[in-house]
Unconditional design. Structure first.
Length: 93
């Protein structure tokens, strides 16, 4: 997971769904800014964050991202274990 990036973008029930990979502070800040811009423009979206390792991100950056996203997975292993069930329930797919 060395180059964790935007993993997926799709439309579900006319809502944009973003799934971001976050590996460092820079990526956390960029995702936070993107999501805040979507909010300011009243774009109907959901964003999910998959950290490479949540412990590599400073608490203040995690908190900002938490306020600007819908769900976070602390690492890729957690995502692999829990994402399918979560998305089936959350997105009703």
């Amino acid at each position: 997971m060395k180059n964790l990036k935007l993993i997926i973008f799709l439309k579900v029930k006319n809502r944009s769904v973003y799934l971001y990979g976050v590996k460092d502070k820079t990526k956390a800040c960029l995702v936070t800014i993107s999501n805040q811009q979507f909010m300011l423009k009243d774009i109907d979206f959901i964003s999910y964050i998959v950290y490479e390792d949540i412990n590599n991100i400073a608490e203040k950056d995690r908190n900002r991202l938490l306020s600007a996203s819908h769900k976070q997975f602390p690492d890729f292993e957690d995502f692999k274990l829990n994402a399918e069930k979560f998305f089936r329930q959350e997105l009703a797919i």
